[in-house]
Write a protein that binds this ligand. Structure first.
Ligand code: IMP
Ligand code: MG
Length: 168
């Protein structure tokens, strides 16, 4: 669906916009949502030539099934403090929106100075809660995708591109 080359080019654009949006930030806290964002965050931070700190948050969502449980639990909390800091939350896909909206509420509770979000992919047609990431890499149709960190039952995270799963 999306080649490694297109992802690369898009990340360069996004990084430029993020740097502009966080101009003057002393040290940006970049929070990756485990596990699907690990490839994206790795490529993104390497395009951000500004001081960053990398932290991770893990919340439960799909398990190994394809349907969102709609119930979001924190499995692994941040290591660092975000009160009074500038934070960028990095997500792989915004689908129904439950995960990102829960995470934003959870983190805003800690009083960051500024909190923005970025999602590599967005499936707007699947939305159940009204939320949009501050930045989106690509809007995609309602297809189940894998690769570039994103899995289906823990497989295919290591594909360098985004591919759609063909169910037969
Ligand atoms: P939401 O809470 O429904 O927005 O779910 C978001 C999470 O569901 C993402 O972080 C992904 O982990 C997972 N997800 C949604 N769509 C896909 C997909 O097409 N492939 C793999 N995982 C997906
Ligand atoms: Mg996820």
């Amino acid at each position: 669906m999306i080649s490694a080359k297109r992802i690369d080019a898009r990340i360069e654009e996004l990084a430029r916009e993020i740097k502009a949006a966080f101009e003057g930030t002393e040290k940006l806290v970049v929070v990756g949502l485990l596990r699907g964002s690990f490839v994206f965050i790795a490529d993104l931070v390497r395009e951000l030539d500004m001081p960053v700190e990398v932290d991770f948050l893990e919340v439960s969502s799909y398990g190994d099934s394809m349907e969102s449980s709609r119930e979001v639990r924190v499995l692994k909390d941040l290591r660092g403090e975000i009160a009074g800091r500038d934070v960028l939350v990095v997500e792989d896909i915004v689908d129904t929106g439950h995960t990102l909206s829960h995470v934003v509420k959870f983190l805003k509770n800690r009083g960051p100075r500024k909190l923005e979000t970025i999602a590599l992919l967005d499936k707007p047609s699947r939305r159940e809660v009204e939320i949009k990431a501050s930045w989106t890499g690509f809007e995609i149709p309602d297809e189940f995708v894998v690769g570039y960190g994103i899995d289906y039952a823990q497989r295919d995270r290591n594909l360098p591109y985004i591919g759609k799963v063909r169910f037969v």
